[in-house]
Design a protein around this ligand. Structure first.
Ligand SMILES: Nc1ncnc2c1ncn2[C@@H]1O[C@H](COP(=O)(O)OP(=O)(O)O)[C@@H](O)[C@H]1O
Ligand SMILES: [Mg+2]
Length: 542
């Protein structure tokens, strides 16, 4: 090996990786469920984030251990694929590793554990399919229940009644019917945020909101039957790349030079007004003189609009973004019933409403402070995603750990049909599933042992949907509590967690080159989060 490389082999490497991965699960665990706690994260610049979202927490923590990083990855994958269940995926992966370690300590080879886990992860989605409830993707009542469950574990839960209706409205309005069901492009829903008002002031705008003001005070602030020119070149005279020198010998030449500029800008504006545009939305700058001429022609103009907003506007208004002004024709203009500047707290924003394409939708999230608004926005994103999940794949299961408890029971029965050490691995997978209801219980101040005994008893009696009722602090029928989640979220959790656990278990050799020393055992051996301090730092610490 190259000089400076280090190696960490066999059981040591394995133990070390499992430990690091489990630590990550320990961190997010306490935030699971409606009684979970939030985390306050401070980055190196002192910026504070307050969140309950697993993926966000892990994004903000500077994790360096390679195995721990794999766990962070699964929260990202889960977030991208289904939008919710990020904490659960990490908790399940941590628990799978915890259970695996017990077997490895009893001299069961990791490969056998991985094989057993794989068998279990093939069986579980099939069982999930059997117990899942089919719903109609058009049934708003179901969709609202799904959105509400997702919000239940977040800061916005108190207002979930109102907000879930808003989320469902937004998703339904952008859903496109296809031959086999519905399809949703979540990017059709723009989520904007502005602190300074209560969360209940959050509103749904049928159109696009631009966080920019009308560029000139002499322009109209409200245009009905808007014809919108979408321009992505500057309405300015281009500066030359190099310094040009003008030799002026006579004051009249200065005037002539300025007149020239003036005329060029005026002709730009004329081109826009000639085809009947009464609104100009420009991705680049607009010169003062051009602004003046636009104002004189009663055109409402906005400048320096984000590229992503330009694209959304084009889609919403049916307009085309034009780079060369000479190409602009009447056909390229977008249409909307109303373009209006409105005051949003201390800012003025431009609202484009009643667009040609009714699918354009914006949710304007409000909150008392910046931190609250940020977290509200993240929670709205989760809720939008779960509603999208169900509209696209209309099957749901019951939350509160009921589904996991049932899958656990089923795997235990399945394990009995297997023999040898594989049976042990499948049993361990069943135990790992129980971690979800048990963590929910623990976070709600319930006794984990009592909960486990009661849950097993109920599921043994065929009560499929008994789970942990966090709010009442008891084991009860969670279907009756209307706690529903998309089946695809559970599937994704199983997939992500099994993959990550399998990958970590299969490693028995860590070779690190150069500066990155092979990570040693975090200090304190199998202790609690005490070892966390080492994670963001150099591995070469003792
Ligand atoms: N009212 C409730 N009672 C019990 N459990 C609930 C309730 N609402 C949501 N849950 C459960 O909380 C868990 C989700 O918690 P959350 O903190 O959002 O984590 P995740 O990032 O995994 O979505 C799910 O298992 C869900 O079933
Ligand atoms: Mg959630």
């Amino acid at each position: 090996m190259k000089e400076g490389s280090s190696e960490n082999k066999g059981r040591d490497a394995q133990r070390n990786n499992i430990f690091a991965a489990k630590l990550i699960a320990e961190i997010v665990k306490t935030s699971l469920g409606p009684r979970g706690m939030d985390k306050m994260l401070v980055d190196s610049l002192g910026d504070v984030t307050i969140t309950n979202d697993g993926a966000t927490m892990l994004k903000e923590i500077d994790v360096q251990h390679p195995a721990a990083k794999m766990i962070v990855e699964i929260s990202k994958t889960t977030d991208n694929e289904v939008g919710d269940g990020t904490t659960s995926a990490v908790v399940l992966a941590g628990s799978l590793l915890d259970q695996a370690e017990e077997l490895i300590d009893q001299n069961v080879h990791p490969t056998i554990v991985v094989d057993g886990y794989r068998k279990a992860s093939i069986r579980a989605p099939k069982t999930l399919d059997k117990i899942a409830i089919k719903v109609s993707p058009e049934d708003k009542e179901w969709l609202t229940k799904i959105a509400k469950t997702s919000m239940a574990s977040k800061l916005i839960s108190r207002d979930s009644e109102q907000l879930s209706a808003l989320v469902v409205d937004a998703v339904v309005s952008v859903a496109e019917k296809t031959a086999d069901g519905y399809r949703i492009d979540i990017d059709d829903i723009k989520v904007d945020k502005k602190p300074g008002a209560g969360i209940t002031q959050t509103q749904l705008v049928k159109g696009i909101v631009l966080d920019k003001e009308v560029v000139h005070s002499g322009m109209p602030k409200r245009i009905e039957s808007a014809k919108i020119a979408l321009i992505n070149s500057p309405l300015e005279i281009e500066k030359t790349e190099f310094d040009a020198k003008l030799n002026i010998s006579d004051p009249s030449q200065i005037k002539q030079f300025l007149d020239e500029e003036n005329t060029m800008l005026k002709s730009m504006v004329d081109k826009v007004t000639a085809i009947g545009a009464n609104v100009v939305i420009c991705q680049k700058g607009i010169d003062d003189i051009a602004q003046h001429y636009l104002a004189k022609a009663d055109v409402l103009a906005v400048r320096r609009v984000k590229e992503s907003d330009m694209t959304k506007l084009a889609k919403a208004t049916g307009g085309r973004i034009v780079t060369n002004l000479d190409d602009l024709t009447e056909k390229d203009l977008g249409k909307a019933q109303l373009v209006e500047e409105r005051k949003v707290e201390e800012d003025k924003w431009v609202f484009v409403e009643g667009a040609k394409n009714p699918k354009a939708t914006t949710i304007l999230v409000r909150g008392a402070t910046q931190k609250v608004t940020d977290e509200a926005e993240r929670s709205m994103h989760d809720a939008l995603m779960v509603v999208k999940d169900v509209v696209e794949h209309p099957t749901v299961v019951v939350g509160g750990g009921a589904t996991e408890a049932e899958l656990s029971k089923d795997l235990r029965e399945f394990a009995n049909t297997l023999s040898g050490r594989e049976q042990l691995a499948v049993q361990k997978y069943a135990d790992a599933f129980e971690s979800i209801p048990l963590v929910l219980a623990e976070n709600s101040g319930m006794d984990p042992i009592d909960t486990q005994v009661e849950l097993r008893a109920k599921h043994g009696q065929g009560k499929t949907w008994f789970g942990v009722n966090c709010l009442a602090g008891k084991v009860s029928d969670m279907e009756a509590e209307n706690v529903f989640e998309p089946a695809v979220v559970k599937e994704q959790i199983i997939k992500s967690a099994t993959e990550a656990a399998g990958m970590i278990l299969r490693i028995d050799d860590v070779i690190a080159s150069g500066k990155m020393k092979a990570p040693p055992m975090p200090p304190g051996g199998a202790g609690g989060p005490g070892g966390m301090g080492g994670m963001g730092e150099d591995y070469s610490a003792p």
